[in-house]
Design a protein around this ligand. Structure first.
Ligand code: FAD
Length: 503
């Protein structure tokens, strides 16, 4: 089956008829740089743009949802890939799709859900392209069972610096460098993805409140907790101490078929709460709702993408309009926490809504002010819960106006040399830049804490990491650099991030 899914009509603002000089930022809105933007609509046009790029090179860009500078290239070329957005083939029996790299996950969901399929890994924003999802090796709340995005890619087509179109298969160096490789091995033109079978377009979600960080980590690691044992090796401990860490150290590959149990877990932490409330959280556990969970009327059309009869997305307090100060952010967190159910089971939600930040879209429309925000996301291994606690404490005591931060668990890492997920805990927070002098040294200190715990920060979100910290965080960095030197000796593929970190 072939589906023409060109999105040009519906998202006209994403397309550019003329190559133009533009100022670009990541989703965080920080550190704008100017580049020549190309809007190729075919692989040949991508090739021409890459060949024609000058001394400052070129980098691919998807929907610009990464928060840092990974898809920027000051003074060089940026290839807006959203013009290559066709689904080339779909095997609706086997659940395999071949699509161009610029198609968004949202578009895939719209096409796939009515057929009973879903992307195997969905990040918090479905406005992410397939190319961006591979280049950042994105993760979702089902990481312990499903791994990250590239685990489900069975092949990809890459345009390399010599102008060749190569097929990269899992198990090869080219694939492993490209998975999470931030566009630096070449431009991903298309990919073949294995999909997840779903019976309905809804999630069945349980919500709990955790009074503090210990309570939260205990709930997340208690035996039988969704994701606690699915491929992570964790789950026998009940607290933040060594037992959870020791058992998790044996993290292995997810069990075959574990994806189908599909537990999704995400906790939202109030990072402004201190004292006995430090780390108080709202924990969501979800699974794909089976047909039997739907009300009788809904069972007639269980796979409708946006069913009119299903509940609205999770109700949440709306953050105030405009830039937010400390008091308003603290009030938002308080109201959000107190109005969350203490314990509620079986709530039906739209699939893409699971894992969305409290406050949703409103949250991202100007509340961080004109200077934007830094998304600080790090991972530390099981057994490093004290480092996690110290970071939560430091942020709480700093007193930034910060909205609920996202804590999830990672299972086994994938083969990507620069992939972020590694077994353990990951915490992502958004810190406003405005009025916060001293944010950079503060984050440098957090980097030191993370590195000392054997952890890493997420490069796809980063806009300020210092290069010295990198090698300890990404042990396969040298291999990545060596492959790049081999493949792309003139460093045609270059970004602000790659220049800053000498990737
Ligand atoms: C609200 C929100 C929630 C999010 N939640 C999550 C989450 O839960 N998990 C997660 O992992 N991430 C999450 N993210 C981050 C986001 O999903 C990723 O950073 C993703 O890479 C963005 O995709 P994009 O298409 O916008 O790519 P861009 O941001 O434009 O680019 C990201 C990287 O991909 C490269 N790239 C893009 N297209 C190509 C291509 N065709 N070929 C080669 N390289 C390419 C770019 O060069 C760049 O290095 C979230 C972001 C937002 C805004």
């Amino acid at each position: 089956m072939s589906v023409d899914t060109a999105e040009h009509g519906s998202h006209a603002h994403d397309y550019y008829d003329d190559d133009s000089v533009v100022s670009l930022t990541g989703r965080g809105g920080t550190a704008p740089t100017t580049a020549l933007r190309f809007g190729p609509r075919s692989p040949d046009e991508v090739c021409a743009a890459v060949r024609g790029s000058g001394a400052r090179g070129a980098i691919a860009r998807g929907l610009g949802r990464s928060c840092g500078d990974a898809a920027q290239n000051a003074g060089g070329s940026v290839l807006d890939m959203t013009g290559l957005d066709r689904i080339r083939a779909l095997d609706a029996n086997a659940g395999v799709v071949v699509c161009e790299a610029g198609v968004s996950l949202r578009r895939l969901m719209e096409v796939l859900l009515p057929l009973g399929w879903y992307p195997p890994v969905a990040p918090g924003s479905a406005r992410t392209t397939v190319g961006g999802a591979i280049a950042a090796d994105v993760h979702g709340g089902n990481h312990p069972a499903a791994g990250s995005f590239t685990r489900h890619v069975s092949s990809l087509e890459l345009l390399t610096a010599d102008g060749e179109r190569r097929t990269a298969l899992p198990g090869t160096r080219l694939f492993d460098a490209t998975a999470g490789g931030l566009g630096l091995t070449g431009v991903i033109l298309s990919a073949t993805l294995r999909l997840r079978r779903v019976g309905t377009s809804l999630m069945r979600v349980d919500t709990e409140r955790a009074a503090d960080l210990d309570d939260l980590l205990g709930r997340l690691t208690e035996p039988g907790a969704a994701g606690a044992g699915a491929g992570t090796g964790a789950g026998t401990g009940t607290g933040t101490g060594a037992s959870a860490g020791a058992s998790a150290a044996a993290a292995g590959a997810p069990a075959a078929g574990a994806e189908h149990a599909a537990p999704y877990t995400v906790a939202w932490i109030d990072l402004m709460a201190r004292g006995t409330a430090l780390g108080r959280s709202v924990l969501l556990r979800g699974e794909h709702a089976p047909l039997s969970a739907l009300p009788a009327r809904a069972r007639r059309r269980p796979l409708t993408h946006r069913p009119p009869w299903s509940p609205a997305d999770a109700p949440a307090p709306v953050p105030p309009a405009g830039p937010v100060g400390r008091a308003a952010a603290a009030l938002f967190n308080e109201v959000w926490y107190r109005t969350a159910p203490r314990a509620r089971t079986g709530e039906l939600r739209h699939l893409p809504a699971f894992g969305r930040a409290p406050g949703g879209t409103v949250r991202r429309s100007g509340i961080y002010g004109r200077d934007g925000f830094v998304r600080y996301q790090f991972a530390v291994g099981y057994g490093q819960e004290e480092a996690l606690r110290r970071i939560v404490e430091r942020v709480a005591h700093r007193g930034c106006p910060v909205f609920p931060a996202e804590l999830t668990r990672f299972g086994a890492g994938g083969p990507g040399w620069l992939s972020f997920p590694t077994p353990g805990w990951t915490l992502a927070m958004e810190l406003p830049v405005a009025g916060r002098s001293g944010l950079a040294p503060f984050l440098d200190e957090l980097d030191e804490e993370v590195a000392a715990a054997g952890g890493r920060v997420c490069l796809a979100q980063d806009s300020r990491l210092r290069p010295e910290a990198l090698a300890a965080m990404y042990p396969r960095l040298a291999e990545f650099r060596a492959l790049r030197a081999e493949l792309d000796p003139r460093a045609v593929f270059t970004s602000d991030l790659s220049r800053r970190l000498s990737l």
